[in-house]
Design a protein around this ligand. Structure first.
Ligand SMILES: [Zn+2]
Length: 425
C-alpha cells in the first residue's frame, strides 16, 4: 500500500530544506518516503494505493509527545474537588489521586480513544504515556495500546507504579508492567515519583527495566516537596537517590520535569546523557515553578503532562517561558520539539520513521524559506493548519476528519464515561 502525495512543498524536519516535490509514502512501522516519485495514473494504482493532492500544502514530519497522561482525559470540566488544594501535594491528593482510583477499564479505553483522536487531529503520531489507575491496573496498558492502535497512533506506554496505594496495588503495577513488556510492546517501567516510591520498589523497578532492556519513566523534582521528602527520608536528593541505584545509566529512561535540581544533580543528569521531558504549561498550572534546561540535560524533549494533545502549543509555551528562564532561541525550541524522534530512533522503537507526516494548510502571509522556517514555526504554524495526518504510512486524518474511527461515536461514549466517573467522585 502506497500513499502518493502530489505537488507537496516538503520541509525536511532535520535540515529545514524546502522543496516542491511528489512523495511516495510506504506503509509499515519502519516505512520510508521516496521524494520525486512518479505519480502513477489512477488506472495503474495497486489496490489500497491513494493519491492525495497536496498542491499549496506544506508537508513535513508529524509530531510526538514525550510525556502524556491519557488517564486525565475525562477530567476536563469536572466539578471542583471537595477540598480546594493549596499546594502541589494537595493537588495530587485532592484531584488526581481521587480521580485515578475511580477509573475502570471502560473509562481508560474511552480516555485513550479520545486522547488518540485529539493527538491525531493535532498532528501528533507518537505518544509516550504515563498511566495510573490503582483499582484497574491489570490489562490497563494493553487496553490503552489497543485504543491507540485503533486510531493509528504509535506509542510507548508505562504504568506509574508507587507505594501510595499499598503493597497489593504496587505488586499489581509491577506485574502489569512485566506482562505488557513481555508481550513485546514498547514501554518503560513507570514510577510515579521519588516521594511515593520506597527503596525496595525502586530496586524492583530497576531490575524489571534491566530484564526488559528499557528505562524508567518517572516524575523528578516537579515540586520542592519531592526533594524535601527525599532529604528527610533518605538523607539525599532525588537525582542522587536515582543515580545510586543506576537509574541514570538506563539510557532509555525519561525523567519528567526536573525543576528543582541542585548544581550537583544537574551535573549528574548532564554527565549521564539522561533524557528529560519538559512540560511548562502543566508546571505553570500547578504553580510548581519553572527552570532553564540548558544546564540540566543535553537531551530535552517536550511533553504536555496530560493537559492537552497539541505539541505545537507546547512548543510555543516552552518558547515563551524559556525567554525568562534561559533566553531560549528559535533553534533550541525547535530542536527540543523534534528531540522525541531522536530519542525513539536512539532506543530502537518502531513507528516513528519517515512515513509519519503532517499535511499543513498553512496560510502564510509571507514567504516560507529554509532561512525563516523557524520564525514561521514559532509564530505561525498552529494545530489549526493540520489538514491531514499520516502515521506509519496510514492516513489517520483526511481534510481534518479522523478516518480510522468514528469520532462522534468515540466522543459520545467518552462523555458517558465522564459522567460515570464524576458520579463516583
Ligand atoms: Zn506527568
Amino acid at each position: 500500500m502506497t500513499l502518493y502525495l502530489k505537488d507537496a512543498l516538503f520541509v525536511d524536519w532535520q535540515n529545514l530544506a524546502i522543496s516542491p516535490t511528489n512523495l511516495a509514502v510506504e506503509a509499515g512501522p519502519r516505512g520510508g518516503i521516496h521524494p520525486s516519485a512518479d505519480i502513477p495514473n489512477k488506472d495503474a494504482l495497486a489496490p489500497g494505493d491513494r493519491i492525495l493532492d497536496c498542491s499549496g500544502k506544506v508537508v513535513t514530519k508529524s509530531f510526538g509527545c514525550g510525556h502524556h497522561h491519557i488517564y486525565s482525559t475525562l477530567a476536563r470540566g469536572m466539578p471542583a474537588p471537595a477540598r480546594i488544594p493549596e499546594n502541589f501535594p494537595q493537588i495530587l491528593e485532592y484531584v488526581w489521586w481521587h480521580l485515578d482510583k475511580r477509573l475502570d477499564l471502560e473509562m481508560i479505553e474511552a480516555s485513550a480513544l479520545a486522547s488518540a483522536i485529539y493527538c491525531a487531529k493535532n498532528g501528533v503520531t507518537f505518544v509516550i504515556d504515563h498511566h495510573a489507575s490503582p483499582f484497574a491496573v491489570k490489562d490497563s496498558l494493553e487496553t490503552i495500546a489497543r485504543a491507540f492502535d485503533q486510531v493509528g497512533i504509535s506509542h510507548m506506554l508505562c504504568y506509574e507504579i508507587s507505594d501510595r496505594d499499598g503493597a497489593e496495588v504496587r505488586e499489581q503495577g509491577l506485574a502489569e508492567t512485566d506482562t505488557f513488556l513481555s508481550s513485546g510492546r514498547p514501554g518503560h517501567v513507570g514510577l510515579h515519583a521519588s516521594f511515593t516510591v520506597g527503596d525496595p520498589l525502586l530496586k524492583d523497578a530497576i531490575s524489571l527495566a534491566e530484564k526488559h532492556q528499557t528505562g524508567l519513566h518517572i516524575h523528578v523534582a516537579e515540586d520542592r516537596a519531592d526533594q524535601e521528602q527525599a532529604l528527610a527520608t533518605y538523607g539525599k536528593r532525588v537525582v542522587e537517590r536515582l543515580n545510586e541505584v543506576g537509574a541514570l545509566n538506563l539510557s532509555k529512561s525519561v525523567f519528567a520535569h526536573c525543576i528543582h535540581l541542585s548544581p550537583k544533580e544537574k551535573e549528574l543528569m548532564h554527565q549521564s546523557g539522561a533524557w528529560v521531558a519538559q512540560n511548562v504549561e502543566s508546571n505553570q498550572n500547578n504553580n510548581v515553578g519553572v527552570t532553564g534546561y540548558d544546564h540540566i540535560a543535553k537531551q530535552v524533549m517536550l511533553g504536555t503532562d496530560g493537559m492537552h494533545c497539541d505539541m505545537l502549543r507546547s512548543a510555543k509555551a516552552a518558547f515563551l517561558v524559556g525567554q525568562a528562564t534561559e533566553g531560549i532561541g528559535f533553534d533550541t525550541i525547535y530542536h527540543r520539539f523534534r528531540n522525541i524522534h531522536r530519542y525513539i530512533q536512539a532506543i530502537g522503537v518502531d513507528g516513528d520513521t519517515d512515513n509519519n507526516l503532517v499535511i499543513l494548510d498553512y496560510d502564510a502571509p509571507t514567504d516560507l524559506t529554509r532561512d525563516n522556517f523557524l520564525g514561521h514555526f514559532v509564530f505561525g504554524i498552529e494545530a489549526r493548519h493540520v489538514e491531514s495526518v499520516i502515521c506509519q504510512g496510514r492516513l489517520l486524518v483526511e481534510n481534518r476528519q479522523v478516518v480510522t474511527v468514528d469520532e462522534k461515536e468515540v466522543l459520545a461514549h467518552a462523555r458517558a464515561m465522564g459522567r460515570k466517573l464524576w458520579e463516583k467522585m
